[in-house]
Design a protein around this ligand. Sequence first.
Ligand code: ADP
Ligand code: MG
Length: 403
Amino acid sequence: MGFLAALDRGPSARAALEAMSGAPAQVIARAPGRVNLIGEHTDYNGGAVLPVALPHATWAVAAVRTDGRVRVRSLQRRHDEVAVELPSVAACGPGLSPTWAGYAVGVLWTLARAGVPVPGLDLVVDSTVPLGAGLSSSAALECAVGAAVLGVLGRPVAGADADLLVDAAVAAEQQVVGAPTGGMDQAVAVHGRAGHAVHLDFATGAAAARRLVALPLHERGLALLVTDTRVAHALADGGPDAEPVGYAARRADCEEAARLLGVPSLREAVPDAVEALPDGRPRRRARHVVSETARVAAFVAALERDDRRELGRLLAGSHASLRDDMEVSCPELDLAVTAATGAGALGARMTGGGFGGSTVALVDEQSLGQVAAAVDEAFEREGLAAPQHLVVEASDGASWSPV
Ligand code: ADP
Ligand code: MG
């Protein structure tokens, strides 16, 4: 059993960039992954979420090219020596790059479209965020690359440029990669703060209202244990006429429930009206969203008064609701949650959209090793591949520094 180290990958990315380009690196940018503490499947229903920026991050190192060309490489994709080589930034855009490089060149394109004078660039990225584990390596990649662009232009990731970066990263993922993303991941990758969670309220629709919530874990002898189960259940849909599955199906169910209840979004739904719906999927989905929205508010209040039993109870309630009413858990997530709780975690739940990915547990600092070991043993007993654990201290959002 071991914990995934949150190493500084700036030096390795820099060395690779200088080897690739033969020129000195100019900026090193960093953007973190994230774990959502509570508030799942609430963002697209006008509710709130409470993510934390991880100490695990993606680094992007950049050097400007005078010929306007774009070259991108990732140390997580070593077999793709140079993933894309494009004649210009203008050639970045939808459809060009179906591979991972779409996340990177997508941001160059969306920043340029927003009026940022993006120059030709050599870029190398390296990361400690597990890929595809529900810890938002995608937003970390987008925001690290975007921060590197701001860096070569000498523009700090702050104020209007921070918001511009969030929007460009969201647009790249939605329009270039074609992945449904609600905006939580990019907001926390940019606006995360050490020692804080980021409360994002999607009540007003597009731009979430943002507020930092103090998360004094170490001071209180607490720690967050994130466990990547290493399962990713395929959610591919069966073509244009097939029933939507997975995430898209849950969104459709929620829209149907809001229609039945006569409310613009499930955030407006009241518990009595939800329970009066006929038994079925819309009622269960609405019950999850309404109860989860209440749990986010209760979690923030319990953090303020240091009520750790309540925090644990809310995490457990969120998991049960996601498992039974939203039906987005899976045996591996349930196992990690049960094993962590059984070994003394104050509370644990699946985190992220579901069907695989990671869990988050609130534990006493001294019992980190014992809880992680219990999860490993449970996985081994079931014949499952060993999960990967991360100890999470809330960290800062995207930034860059000159080389
Ligand atoms: P998550 O964001 O939860 O990690 P996603 O499916 O949204 O999962 O994004 C994962 C994808 O993002 C990877 O499959 C890969 O295409 C891309 N990606 C993220 N980080 C990197 C990286 N460091 N190098 C190359 N590709 C990356
Ligand atoms: Mg992602």
